[in-house]
Design a protein around this ligand. Structure first.
Ligand SMILES: O=c1ccn([C@H]2C[C@H](O)[C@@H](COP(=O)(O)OP(=O)(O)OP(=O)(O)O)O2)c(=O)[nH]1
Length: 154
Protein backbone atom coordinates (compact mmCIF):
# COMPACT_ATOMS: atom_id res chain seq x y z
CA UNK A 1 0.00 0.00 0.00
CA UNK A 2 1.24 3.48 -0.83
CA UNK A 3 1.29 5.88 2.09
CA UNK A 4 -0.16 9.38 2.26
CA UNK A 5 1.79 12.57 1.68
CA UNK A 6 1.42 13.37 5.35
CA UNK A 7 3.15 10.06 6.24
CA UNK A 8 5.97 10.74 3.77
CA UNK A 9 6.44 14.23 5.25
CA UNK A 10 7.15 12.66 8.64
CA UNK A 11 10.32 11.16 7.14
CA UNK A 12 11.78 14.36 5.75
CA UNK A 13 13.36 17.19 7.70
CA UNK A 14 11.71 20.64 7.55
CA UNK A 15 9.02 20.20 4.92
CA UNK A 16 7.10 23.33 3.87
CA UNK A 17 3.29 22.94 3.70
CA UNK A 18 3.26 23.44 -0.09
CA UNK A 19 5.57 20.41 -0.50
CA UNK A 20 3.00 18.02 1.01
CA UNK A 21 0.82 16.47 -1.72
CA UNK A 22 -2.06 14.00 -1.32
CA UNK A 23 0.13 10.99 -2.17
CA UNK A 24 3.67 12.17 -1.54
CA UNK A 25 6.02 15.05 -0.83
CA UNK A 26 7.60 17.30 -3.43
CA UNK A 27 11.40 17.51 -3.32
CA UNK A 28 13.15 20.78 -4.06
CA UNK A 29 16.21 21.70 -6.11
CA UNK A 30 19.42 22.32 -4.19
CA UNK A 31 22.21 22.27 -6.78
CA UNK A 32 22.92 21.43 -10.42
CA UNK A 33 26.12 19.79 -11.69
CA UNK A 34 27.65 18.96 -15.05
CA UNK A 35 29.73 15.80 -15.24
CA UNK A 36 33.21 16.51 -16.63
CA UNK A 37 35.04 13.17 -16.47
CA UNK A 38 34.02 9.56 -17.11
CA UNK A 39 32.60 7.36 -14.41
CA UNK A 40 32.94 3.59 -14.25
CA UNK A 41 30.67 0.74 -13.27
CA UNK A 42 32.46 -2.58 -13.09
CA UNK A 43 32.02 -5.98 -11.49
CA UNK A 44 34.38 -4.86 -8.75
CA UNK A 45 32.70 -1.59 -7.83
CA UNK A 46 31.92 1.84 -9.19
CA UNK A 47 33.41 5.29 -9.55
CA UNK A 48 31.47 8.48 -10.00
CA UNK A 49 32.95 10.94 -12.51
CA UNK A 50 34.01 14.44 -11.50
CA UNK A 51 31.44 17.20 -11.68
CA UNK A 52 31.40 20.97 -11.82
CA UNK A 53 28.65 22.83 -10.04
CA UNK A 54 26.66 25.15 -12.29
CA UNK A 55 26.24 28.72 -11.05
CA UNK A 56 22.76 30.06 -10.53
CA UNK A 57 22.07 33.59 -11.78
CA UNK A 58 20.39 35.40 -8.90
CA UNK A 59 19.09 32.03 -7.67
CA UNK A 60 17.97 30.84 -11.12
CA UNK A 61 19.61 28.12 -13.20
CA UNK A 62 19.41 28.76 -16.96
CA UNK A 63 19.87 25.32 -18.47
CA UNK A 64 20.39 24.62 -22.17
CA UNK A 65 19.67 21.12 -23.52
CA UNK A 66 21.86 18.45 -21.95
CA UNK A 67 22.12 16.05 -19.03
CA UNK A 68 22.64 17.39 -15.52
CA UNK A 69 23.04 15.80 -12.12
CA UNK A 70 20.74 17.50 -9.63
CA UNK A 71 20.86 17.33 -5.87
CA UNK A 72 17.67 17.59 -3.83
CA UNK A 73 17.61 19.94 -0.85
CA UNK A 74 15.49 17.68 1.31
CA UNK A 75 16.98 15.29 3.88
CA UNK A 76 15.21 11.97 3.42
CA UNK A 77 14.95 8.97 5.72
CA UNK A 78 13.32 5.92 4.13
CA UNK A 79 11.67 4.09 7.02
CA UNK A 80 11.94 0.37 7.60
CA UNK A 81 9.19 -1.73 5.97
CA UNK A 82 9.01 0.79 3.12
CA UNK A 83 10.45 1.54 -0.32
CA UNK A 84 10.62 4.96 -1.94
CA UNK A 85 9.93 5.93 -5.54
CA UNK A 86 10.59 9.37 -6.95
CA UNK A 87 8.74 10.84 -9.90
CA UNK A 88 9.33 14.06 -11.82
CA UNK A 89 6.87 16.89 -11.42
CA UNK A 90 4.68 16.74 -14.51
CA UNK A 91 5.47 20.42 -15.19
CA UNK A 92 9.00 19.26 -16.03
CA UNK A 93 7.65 16.85 -18.65
CA UNK A 94 5.35 19.53 -20.00
CA UNK A 95 8.47 21.68 -20.45
CA UNK A 96 10.33 18.98 -22.42
CA UNK A 97 12.45 17.84 -19.48
CA UNK A 98 12.72 14.55 -17.60
CA UNK A 99 14.09 13.50 -14.24
CA UNK A 100 15.54 9.99 -14.12
CA UNK A 101 15.43 8.29 -10.74
CA UNK A 102 16.05 4.91 -9.07
CA UNK A 103 14.88 2.92 -6.05
CA UNK A 104 15.11 4.51 -2.57
CA UNK A 105 15.97 1.70 -0.15
CA UNK A 106 14.65 1.12 3.34
CA UNK A 107 17.13 2.62 5.81
CA UNK A 108 18.63 5.15 3.36
CA UNK A 109 19.33 8.56 4.87
CA UNK A 110 20.64 11.48 2.87
CA UNK A 111 20.07 14.18 0.30
CA UNK A 112 19.81 12.22 -2.91
CA UNK A 113 20.57 12.98 -6.52
CA UNK A 114 18.96 12.44 -9.91
CA UNK A 115 19.60 12.95 -13.61
CA UNK A 116 17.83 15.88 -15.23
CA UNK A 117 17.39 15.57 -18.99
CA UNK A 118 16.75 18.92 -20.68
CA UNK A 119 15.38 18.83 -24.24
CA UNK A 120 14.46 22.52 -24.41
CA UNK A 121 16.00 25.46 -22.53
CA UNK A 122 14.49 25.77 -19.07
CA UNK A 123 14.88 28.05 -16.07
CA UNK A 124 14.84 26.38 -12.65
CA UNK A 125 14.95 28.37 -9.46
CA UNK A 126 16.93 27.02 -6.52
CA UNK A 127 14.41 25.73 -4.00
CA UNK A 128 11.76 25.05 -6.66
CA UNK A 129 9.76 21.81 -6.39
CA UNK A 130 10.92 19.43 -9.14
CA UNK A 131 9.98 15.89 -8.04
CA UNK A 132 7.62 13.93 -5.83
CA UNK A 133 8.67 11.19 -3.40
CA UNK A 134 6.16 8.46 -2.59
CA UNK A 135 6.53 5.63 -0.08
CA UNK A 136 5.06 2.16 -0.33
CA UNK A 137 5.04 -0.57 2.30
CA UNK A 138 7.54 -3.27 1.35
CA UNK A 139 9.23 -6.38 2.70
CA UNK A 140 13.02 -6.20 2.74
CA UNK A 141 16.05 -8.08 4.02
CA UNK A 142 18.40 -5.77 5.85
CA UNK A 143 18.52 -2.02 5.33
CA UNK A 144 20.56 0.20 3.01
CA UNK A 145 24.23 0.38 4.00
CA UNK A 146 25.72 1.29 0.62
CA UNK A 147 28.17 4.04 -0.26
CA UNK A 148 25.50 6.72 -0.55
CA UNK A 149 24.24 6.23 2.99
CA UNK A 150 24.42 9.58 4.77
CA UNK A 151 25.33 11.46 1.56
CA UNK A 152 25.17 15.23 1.35
CA UNK A 153 24.57 15.69 5.06
CA UNK A 154 26.73 18.45 6.49
O1 LIG B 1 16.88 8.49 -7.87
C1 LIG B 1 17.45 8.14 -6.83
C2 LIG B 1 17.20 6.89 -6.24
C3 LIG B 1 17.88 6.55 -5.08
N1 LIG B 1 18.74 7.44 -4.50
C4 LIG B 1 19.43 7.09 -3.24
C5 LIG B 1 18.56 6.24 -2.34
C6 LIG B 1 19.09 4.85 -2.53
O2 LIG B 1 18.84 4.05 -1.39
C7 LIG B 1 20.57 5.12 -2.75
C8 LIG B 1 21.32 4.03 -3.43
O3 LIG B 1 20.70 3.72 -4.63
P1 LIG B 1 21.14 2.39 -5.39
O4 LIG B 1 21.02 1.21 -4.46
O5 LIG B 1 20.43 2.35 -6.68
O6 LIG B 1 22.71 2.71 -5.63
P2 LIG B 1 23.86 1.81 -6.24
O7 LIG B 1 24.32 2.43 -7.49
O8 LIG B 1 23.40 0.37 -6.30
O9 LIG B 1 25.03 1.99 -5.18
P3 LIG B 1 25.31 1.14 -3.84
O10 LIG B 1 25.87 -0.14 -4.31
O11 LIG B 1 26.26 1.94 -3.04
O12 LIG B 1 23.98 1.00 -3.15
O13 LIG B 1 20.58 6.33 -3.55
C9 LIG B 1 18.98 8.67 -5.07
O14 LIG B 1 19.73 9.48 -4.55
N2 LIG B 1 18.33 8.98 -6.22
Amino acid sequence: MFRSGRFVAEHLDSVAPEQVQPNGVDLTLDAVFEQVSPGRIGTDGKEIGDREEIDADDGVYHLPPGGYVVRYADLIRIPEDHIGFLYPRSSLLRNSCMLDTAVWDAGYVGRGEGLLEVYHDIELEAGARIAQLVLAEADHEGTYEGSYHGENIE
